[in-house]
Write a protein that binds this ligand. Sequence first.
Ligand SMILES: [Fe+2]
Ligand SMILES: [Fe+2]
Length: 258
Amino acid sequence: MIRLFHISDLHFGREDTRALDWVVQAVHDEAPDGVIITGDFTMRARAREFAAAARWIAALPVPVRIDPGNHDLPYFNPAERMIDPYRRFRALESAIARPLMLGGQATDELAIVRLPTTAAAQWRLNWSKGIAGAAALARALAEIDSLPPGMPAIVTCHHPLVEAGTQGRALTRGGNRALAELARRPVLAVLSGHVHDAFDLCHTTAAGPVRMIGAGTLSQRLRTTPPTFNDLTFADGVLSCRVCRLDGVPAEALGRYR
Ligand SMILES: [Fe+2]
Ligand SMILES: [Fe+2]
């Protein structure tokens, strides 16, 4: 059995301290095998926001795996955004003391494959929306196809590949094509964030169904629900997802690991 916590959209700069304390405590108490964070660590990719994100991740006593979100690309420095848009994210990723390395040689149970959906620039006005480009998709598919036969994979990205019925929208370009390709492979689910509300749905493609799971936010930028994270369990070939909500957690139960 593998148990993973899926969280997203921490947005340091407008973080929810109580929600972040809650997750740190849950990780200490429940000791999952790892934590997957599907992007938007900061508000404007400021150095102090990334530093706060790094400190928070360092407080997690389990392996961690992260993906970039659209808020994690330079906002105030257009030259850096064009020349090296992921420099700040890579620094955060390389600072993780215990990276989560599922798949390949690490385990024969489950693989985790990244499908980037962020871009430094796009041929549309709103660069915050998602794009599953052909090259990024090809790399993700090649990674899945190189796994041992039959090994199931979880795919991680920041934007939902198609709309998930949430108030927030992703408008991901190339998402339908990506989901159809993923449906042809042993993909358990596509994990994402960005829309700040949790969901768990089955999307139908011409090649078959694909499960899409979204994590809510741990920031003050709420949409329709309080802060949430997803508690994922993979056992006997079945992936289960339980959405954990911050509301209802008593105040005195929080803060033990601050
Ligand atoms: Fe976000
Ligand atoms: Fe986002």
